[in-house]
Each structure stands twice: as C-alpha cells, then as structure tokens.
Design a protein around this ligand. Sequence first.
Ligand code: EPU
Length: 339
Amino acid sequence: MLEHDVSLRPYNTFGIDVKARMLGRFASVVELRALLALPEVASAEKLILGGGSNLLFTKDFEGVVLKNEIRGLEVVDQDEAAETALVRAGAGESWHGLVQYALAQKLSGIENLSLIPGTVGAAPLQNIGAYGAELKDTFDRLEAVEISTGRLRTFTHEECGFGYRESVFKGPLRNQYIVTSVLLRLHRQARLNVSYGAIRTTLADMGIEADPTPQDVSEAVIRIRRSKLPDPAQIGNAGSFFKNPELSQASFDALKARYPDLPGYPVPGGVKVPAAWLIEQCGWKGRRLGYHGVHDQQALVLVNHGGAQGGDIRDLAHQIIASVREKFGVELHPEVNIM
Ligand code: EPU
C-alpha cells in the first residue's frame, strides 16, 4: 500500500520528473485511515494528490504523497418527479467523467465545466470555474477525513467558504482534510448558462441557433477548450497559471486611461482584468525558452514542451510577474500550487 522513492512524473500534468519519498494510494475511507495510522505516514509531511493538474513540482517531495482513488458515481435521491437530483461522486473520479455521467443521466448544471482536468476531490479546493459557471453554483456538500484524527466530517456549502478559485481548504484548513466525496445538486430541467460570448458563437458555428441542450453546451465548451488550451497528454501544463487580478474601480479607470483596449469585467468591489491580456501585452505570448514557455494560443498557460525542470517554470512565472508589475503596476498571483 506504501511505495518508496516513486517518480511523480505520471502524476502531474506539467510532466515534471521529481520523486516522492513515499506514495500511498487509497480507494476507500477505510484504506485512507489505515494509511494515516502507519507511523511513517503519521510523522511525514503530506501531499494529497488528485489529478495533479494544478501543481508545479520544483523539487523532490520528502514526505508522503496520498493518491486519492476513491471511485463511485450515483444519483442519491431517486425522486424522478423532483426538479433537482443529488449526485454523489467519489473524490478520485475524474471531473470530466462526472460531467459525462451527469449528461448521461439528463442532469444539467455542470456542462460549462466540461473537460476541466483533475479529479472530483480537487474541484472544491479551488472552486473550479469556466465559461460563466463555478463549482459552487451546484455544490451541495462534501465529505472529508480529518488527517489528525481520521474522523469523517461533512462540510456544507457555507462551511467551504468558496471564492474565486478559493475555499477554506486552500486557506485556514489547508492540509487538514482529505476530501472523500462531493455531492452536487443538479437540475432535471436544463438550466443553461450561455452568457459567455464564446459559447454562443461556438453554438452558432455548430449550427445550433435555438434551444441548445446541455450536451450541446458541453460540446461547445469542449471545442473552445481544445482550440485554446493545450492537452496535457501532449504538452505539459496546468491550465491557467495565474489568477485574473481584481482591481478597484479607481485603479481600473486609471489603467484604462493609459491602455484604452484593456478588457475588464465588473465583479463585486471592482473590476476583474484578464491576466492573459496583461501577459500578452508584455510580449510573452508564444515565447519559448528552451524546454518551457508560454502557450501560443493562451498567454495565461505556461507549458513544458518536454524536459523542463519545475524551477525553470517557476522562474519564468517570476519573470512574468515582474514584467506585468513594471508595465501595469498590477500584481499577478499564481493559481497553481508551487511545491
Ligand atoms: N486574452 C488575451 N490573450 C490571450 C488570451 C486571452 O488578451 O492569450 C484576453 C482576451 O481579452 C479574452 C480574455 O483574456 O477575452 C479572457 O480569455 P479567456 O476567455 O481565455 O479566459 P481567461 O480569463 O484567460 C479564465 C479561467 C480559465 C477558464 C476561462 C474560461 C482563470 C484564472 N482562468 O481564463 O480557467 O477556462 O476563463 O472561463 O480564471 C484554469 O483555471 O486553469 C482555467 C483554464
């Protein structure tokens, strides 16, 4: 159940070749508790791994990597007449697998989140989001094991403290709980969100002018993602490397006066600007430095063309942060966890 000196290369979508001193897999709460009770695990630093799609390893990991392989997808409440259905997913299931399961059950609510890499258990940690939807829109509750006691606890929506790419599990409760299952409240009557312009134009390209189905929206999202975001199986990456910064209205107005093309989307308390735009304006888009670089279709995505070290990508991120700060006076923050 516990392996030693394991290459983590297959376990991170950047494809960085570092080692973990120990790696333990678990497929149930019982197996997880057994692992946590091993003395060498109890005393070691722990990293809980889902799909490894939001991680950048810069060195060997001297502790224990816990690989969540808890499976299972089910509709929990079977009332066919009800407007909604509660779906429970094991944390080790692939997120996109859950989206496909929901579509097959004719349930809507997560079609905009199609093709996001990673596992179900990692989704609430950063409240995954794309094309006008976020996990928190359909999230009901999750179950998690407390690392220090092995106790199983339920977290309600409110207790998860969701924000933009944020939750309590990235903040005050970081590394204290291991998510074992997630429950979502999905709709039996399609409630589609096609507010994002690219979804509407892609649906039109697909020849769907009226009444798209959740399946159609999923297909549109998949087309958009495939056109912009590199497939980690081909080019190592972890999706957006930085979060989109939020500026106060006054800072945004001042910047907009200097750069009239600056895009911005109103959010409570200010304006969110696309980090990709700032990075592109600094001349980084499509740049390649040896084995690593910035994706040519999406400036927010850093890539490993093969053979890059994690430290190279971290250094590139620092250079990008510095040039955006210098040109625009805006501070970028990584979305990816740098280890
Ligand atoms: N843009 C550029 N240059 C580029 C790409 C984009 O200037 O190379 C500008 C354009 O103005 C464009 C705007 O940025 O209209 C927004 O671009 P896009 O729709 O691609 O979205 P994003 O803000 O770059 C965010 C999420 C993505 C998510 C998309 C779609 C974050 C950090 N990223 O990216 O999430 O898929 O919106 O909703 O919020 C991820 O988190 O890993 C991720 C891929």
